[in-house]
Design a protein around this ligand. Structure first.
Ligand code: KG4
Ligand code: ZN
Length: 346
């Protein structure tokens, strides 16, 4: 499908707990980016409740889409394409976004693509960010690390819209491990930012923790690391375990970061990547940014992290990924379905 450099794409994202819509020009320039977060609501339950999430998406979706169009000062007639996340994610949440997008496609006659959420996260590195921060240079192949609450994936980026899965987690995702550990340490939800805050006053070498290595391919495993911390904390309780919460948080954060950096650098070296791009909610973590930048520099590689507003779930990344997907593969028809376990091609 031929899309012009000025082609406007409306992106819709409802895979998890953010209801988001955005307008992106030419797969690169963010014109509007609206995110309605459900974080506070889920913090009340200590995590995401799928049924609550999908109901909230249904309540918010129309208003969020309309405000994305309004903020971009465009109408439906100005758009060239609709892009919606079709997986991976929570099935009820995905269904809200995909059903809405199909409705809009039917009503407007606009072409539609169903986008892989992970492809969206990868594409966020190449977006012109608000505030004028430079995106990652288009140097390929690049190695992408996508670390979020649902995923810890490594992808080889052969070009924009050409992504291949080369590594994944055997068990928990990095963000999931941080979220569960934050709960164990009484730090609340979402766990990643809470652990990062607590870790600022802690010593990352105070508590000895493993750096699990599956020795197979470029695989992560965080379940054992989490269990190691449980074994330290649970026998005598948090107050009497002999370590402060900041020390526990800093040591755990460092162990997660070390595993992410080790596999990303190994994969980048193996595939002769020219740069490393890091995306997903965990990419907002300052310690990860520092350690990855240092390790990549030692290998002669540059590394890029999108601004924090583009690391967490948003629809600008979905619109951009949709633009490149439609360019390579064309639009899809209305039989396109959600797939809660959708993966990148390997
Ligand atoms: O990409 P995202 O918004 O949603 C998913 O697709 O999962 O990522 C959310 C995850 C959560 O696990 C959250 O704890 C983690 O990203 N996260 C962080 C930070 N900010 C968010 N982890 C570590 N440090 C942060 N600053
Ligand atoms: Zn995500």
């Amino acid at each position: 499908m031929q899309l012009s450099d000025a082609g406007l794409v409306l992106g819709i994202e409802t895979s998890c707990d953010e209801t988001a819509a955005a307008v992106v020009r030419g797969g690169r320039e963010i014109v509007s980016n609206v995110v309605a977060s459900q974080e506070e609501m889920h913090a009340h339950f200590g995590g995401i409740v799928p049924e609550v999430a999908s109901r909230r998406h249904a309540e918010l979706i129309t208003a969020v889409v309309e405000s994305a169009l309004r903020e971009a000062s465009v109408t439906w007639h100005d758009l060239a394409l609709l892009a919606v996340t079709r997986g991976p994610g929570l099935v009820g949440s995905l269904l809200v976004g995909v059903s809405a997008a199909k409705g809009y496609a039917l009503a407007t006659g606009l072409p539609l693509v169903g986008v892989n959420h992970i492809a969206g996260h990868i594409t966020s590195s190449f977006l012109l960010a608000p505030g004028g921060a430079e995106p990652a240079p288009q140097q390929f192949p690049a190695l992408a690390l996508i670390a979020s609450g649902g995923h810890s994936d490594l992808a080889l980026v052969e070009g924009l819209g050409r992504y291949r899965l080369v590594g994944f987690t055997r068990d928990d995702a990095a963000g999931e491990a941080l979220d569960k550990t934050a709960r164990l340490l009484g730090l609340g939800y979402p766990g990643g930012p809470a652990i990062e805050r607590a870790a600022r006053d802690g010593d990352a070498s105070a508590v000895e923790l493993p750096r699990p290595d599956t020795k197979e391919g470029f695989e992560f495993s965080f379940a054992g690391l989490k269990t190691a911390l449980v074994r330290i904390v649970e026998p005598d309780g948090l107050e009497h375990c002999g370590h402060s919460v900041p020390d526990l948080a800093a040591s755990f954060q460092q162990a997660v970061v070390d595993c992410l950096v080790r596999e990303a650098i190994a994969a980048a070296t193996h595939f002769r990547a020219r740069q490393i791009v890091v995306a997903g909610g965990v990419a907002a973590n300052q310690r990860l940014r520092e350690c990855m930048t240092d390790a990549a520099r030692r290998k002669g590689l540059s590394s890029y992290f999108p601004p924090k507003s583009l690391c967490t779930d948003n629809a600008a990344m979905v619109a951009a990924a949709g633009y490149f997907q439609a360019t390579h593969q064309g639009p899809q028809d209305l039989s396109m379905e959600v797939d809660s376990a959708l993966q990148l091609p390997s």
